[in-house]
Design a protein around this ligand. Structure first.
Ligand code: TRP
Length: 449
């Protein structure tokens, strides 16, 4: 076993890497779209409340568990409590990492493909929908771009914590911010700006149904990369003197900020060019290319847009790969290089059925008429992540002693912390909120409607 665990080189590097994990397709694509659907500003408020009652508490819990155990999820629970059962939470996290990355990488591949299209031919009006359909229908193209995206991840994770993940996060996250700002300002100067801002932010509490509130809770969880030990793993590389409370707040604020900026970038142009704001998955690959085709300078804007989305997706995907790789390094003493190449390849193979969900295997549906890709997404986000999060909350709230937790949060150097509030939340409110989300998504709560 390695004598010294790898560490982040600086607090800034750690915060950017963790924010990079959080800020992903969830923020840039799903958040604006959900906000539009469930009452704009009302959804934004529900999301922010959810971030406070379950997001920040679970994030702090993951950092505490990871840093005190100095291990990735499976080993962490075993080191902290000598029990047969708690490590199962780690195993669940590991499995979740496999599942999410396998289909996330397929979408990552689409984005890389669209970067290439932006450079080579740009987008032409009236062709976006047919082009996307043709692209989805080609099995070899789906597998090829998925492989390319996965390979980029493997190369970054290969560099390790400070000279791979941290180094790249420090380049990609500021680059992402600059592109996002420029595109947002550009959008806010178009004629549809007022309507776009209203669509995203004007609170309409009548549209914030119970379903909308649960979506906000679930989304807070997914968008902060919680519930599978990704933050736990990142916490295990964190220097003991770094303040977990302030770091978590910074990560969460960055995450929310980027999500709102993404909405302010997308909706003004959607209204200016009079296309459908509620296009769901097609928004990025059909609606926006159509807009770029019609917009002056659209080829450059389109390229910048897909680069931005790629940066967001890559910094999230590397955290998923790192969870899996760190298990093989910690538990089986594999070298980083070996773990990275082998596991990266295995996850690529696991993702092939998702890549084929849109063509060769589209007829293969299990239940609810959903293809493999949608099935895996639903399984991971609706079940695996909230279940994992629930157990993480219970472990931090009820199993760890005050002494163990205070040793991580109330360090002498850390004058600012909110241990007492956090403790009440993680013990009572967070688990109850997660339980309600779970009961609802499994259909068990539908009696009460
Ligand atoms: N948070 C990412 C997003 O918004 C997705 C993600 C990356 C994730 N790593 C994760 C979700 C770990 C859950 C767990 O797109």
């Amino acid at each position: 076993m390695a004598l010294h665990r790898e560490q982040w080189a600086s607090k800034l590097g750690f915060v950017l890497a963790a924010a990079g994990s959080a800020i992903g397709l969830g923020n840039i694509w799903r958040f604006p779209y959900k906000a539009g659907q469930y009452g704009g500003g009302a959804f934004v408020v529900a999301y922010i409340v959810s971030v406070f009652i379950i997001g920040i508490p679970v994030m702090i819990a993951e950092f505490i568990i990871g840093r005190s155990a100095q291990k990735s999820p499976v080993g962490a629970f075993r080191v902290l409590r000598d029990s047969k059962y708690w490590p199962l939470v780690g195993w669940l996290g590991l499995a979740t990492g496999f599942v999410i990355l396998s289909y996330y990488s397929v979408v990552g591949g689409w984005i890389i493909k669209y970067i290439v299209v932006s450079i080579t031919s740009g987008f032409q009006t009236g062709t976006a929908s047919a082009n996307f359909t043709t692209f989805l229908a080609s099995p070899w193209q789906q597998v090829l771009w998925h492989a390319i995206f996965m390979f980029i991840n493997i190369l970054i994770v290969r560099g390790g914590i400070s000279s791979g993940i941290e180094k790249w996060s420090k380049v990609l996250m500021p680059a992402l911010l600059i592109i996002l700002m420029i595109l947002m300002i550009n959008s806010l100067m178009t004629a549809g700006a007022g309507e776009g801002i209203r669509f995203l932010l004007k609170p309409d509490f009548s549209q914030l149904t119970r379903a909308g509130m649960l979506e906000a809770l679930g989304h807070a969880f997914f968008s902060l990369s919680l519930g599978m030990g990704a933050m736990l793993t990142y916490g295990s590389y964190l220097d003991k003197n770094i303040n977990i409370s302030t770091s978590s707040l910074e990560i969460v604020i960055l995450n929310t900020f980027y999500a709102i900026m993404a909405g302010l970038m997308i909706f003004p142009i959607v209204f200016t060019y009079n296309v459908n704001p509620n296009a769901g998955p097609g928004l990025f690959f059909i609606t926006l290319p159509e807009v770029f085709a019609r917009m002056p300078g659209g080829q450059v804007v389109g390229l910048a847009f897909f680069l931005l989305v790629a940066f967001a997706a890559i910094t999230s995907a590397i955290s998923l790969l790192e969870v899996v790789v760190s298990f093989f390094i910690d538990e089986l003493n594999w070298s980083r290089k070996k773990a990275d190449y082998i596991l990266g390849t295995v996850i690529f193979l696991v993702g092939i059925p998702s890549a084929l969900s849109f063509n060769a295997w589209s007829g293969f549906t299990l239940f609810g008429g959903k293809n493999i890709f949608d099935q895996l997404d639903m399984l991971a986000t609706n079940f695996m992540l909230p279940i994992g999060g629930l157990f993480i909350a219970v472990f931090a709230g009820w199993i760890l002693t005050h002494g163990e937790k205070e040793a991580e949060i109330k360090r002498v150097e850390n004058t600012f912390h909110f241990y007492d509030i956090w403790h009440v939340l993680i013990k009572y409110l967070t688990p109850v909120a997660l339980l309600i989300v779970l009961l609802y998504t499994t259909g068990l709560l539908s009696f009460f409607e």
